[in-house]
Design a protein around this ligand. Structure first.
Ligand code: PMP
Length: 403
């Protein structure tokens, strides 16, 4: 039995009310909530060993350095990366993608081809557009199908000897679709192209194995996975991280500096200029400890139950259409005929139910369906079927009020 009551007790925010109603938090794909042990790790850092890292001889600095590097090892283990220095701390997914895109502006040549999927978040589209504008690279798009999956036959034909880079998310934030990234990576590797996987939405549900997937780059944000905002990770294969130039210059990323010439530090420090989000990194490690103690298989199985229940109940509402019906994580993106998603979201909020409405930073997907946006209910392992009942009742009420 999934220990849902014990888990819910770990999240203080779940006790609060919104507009006088108990909070039902179904905006987990935007950001997850934070368990007490992660909050404790943050408080402990600032109350007991707040110090700058990698440079001090004093005790506090050494303690902070040890905890920060311990967090890197936890992330390495979690991702099954071959080496700890393949884990680069970032400010989040967007930052990690831009680090790679910026590096490739020195490696990509005019006419080289770059492939993105139609299911991407804007943060995995815009940096590659900017890269192509800078280098003369050509951006190609893997089309999507009506059920919210990628057209993998079309992908087979898009990949050519000119393909240098492929970008795809592991899980779509707008629809929840789980993409066949292992297949996609193998095909790209057959022509020598590098692949970056945006794992922002997969991270809370799936434990990704870098060596099994053979991804060249994999990025994620701690705040989707019970950690704090402003910290994330770029995993990169050692060979690629050696090839890419540093993203930013500054302290921490150098070996020697003279006015004539600077030499760069080795991995991972080459990509970690300046004082990092030390507390954030440590709390990220604590969040992984928390989720791994529950277990990702148990989390996925429980969330799947919520998804099946929510889908069945919502589908009973007349005029409701769900977008993205393939193999997916616990995300239900829907509209009700004749009603703007924003209006539904505003009424749900008044009833204590937090959902996201709009294009979810994935305008091309909305354009594909020819809609302004959707209402997105995204479930986490601390949600319950009783909360889904509240959502369904609230959606029915909104429909009644707005029809
Ligand atoms: N990619 C995907 C699939 C996402 O869901 C998000 C967050 N909504 C991002 C990228 C960007 O993540 P962040 O804002 O943490 O940089």
């Amino acid at each position: 039995m999934f220990p849902i009551e014990r888990i819910r007790a770990d999240f203080p925010i779940l006790q609060r009310t919104v507009h006088g109603k108990p909070l039902v938090y179904f905006d987990n794909a935007a950001t997850s909530q934070t368990p007490q042990m992660v909050i404790d790790a943050i408080v402990e850092y600032y109350s007991k060993y707040n110090a700058n890292i990698h440079r001090g001889v004093h005790t506090l600095s050494q303690e902070a350095t040890d905890k920060y590097e311990e967090a890197r090892l936890k992330i390495q283990k979690h991702l099954n990366a071959a080496k700890a220095y393949e884990i680069i701390f970032t400010a989040g997914t967007t930052h990690g993608i831009n680090m790679v895109a910026s590096g490739f502006s020195e490696l990509l040549k005019s006419g080289d081809e770059v492939i993105v999927s139609a299911l991407e978040h804007h943060s995995n589209i815009v940096p590659w557009q900017m890269l192509c504008q800078k280098t003369g690279g050509v951006l190609k798009v893997i089309p999507m199908l009506d059920n919210g999956t990628l057209d993998m036959d079309a992908y087979e034909n898009l990949v050519t000897s000119k393909t240098k880079l492929v970008f795809c998310n592991h899980v779509s934030n707008a629809l929840g679709t789980i993409n066949p990234i292992k297949k996609l990576i193998a095909k790209a590797h057959a022509v020598g192209a590098a692949v970056l996987i945006d794992g922002a939405q997969a991270a809370p549900h799936i434990k990704p194995d870098m060596q099994d997937l053979d991804a060249d780059f994999y990025v994620l944000s701690a705040h989707k996975i019970c950690g704090p905002t402003g910290v994330g990770v770029l995993y990169g294969k050692e060979a690629w991280l050696q090839k890419l130039p540093p993203y930013q210059g500054g302290g921490e990323m150098i070996e020697t500096v003279t006015f004539e010439k600077t030499t760069y530090a080795g991995l991972p420090h080459k990509f970690e200029a300046g004082t990092p989000n030390i507390c954030g990194g440590i709390a990220f490690g604590a969040a992984l400890d928390y989720m791994n103690a529950i277990g990702f298989d148990a989390i996925a199985a429980y969330e799947h139950e919520l998804l099946a229940y929510g889908t069945e109940k919502l589908q009973e509402i007349e005029g409701l259409r769900i977008y993205g019906t393939a193999d997916k994580t616990a995300v239900i993106s829907f509209n009700i005929e004749g009603i703007h998603p924003y209006d539904i979201g505003a009424i749900l909020d008044k009833l204590g139910v937090a959902v996201r409405t709009g294009h979810h930073c994935a305008q091309p997907i909305m354009a594909f369906y020819n809609i302004p946006g959707t209402v997105r209910a995204s479930f986490a392992f601390y949600n319950t079927k009783a909360e889904i009942d509240v959502l369904v009742a609230a959606v029915k009420k909104a429909q009644m009020m707005l029809s």
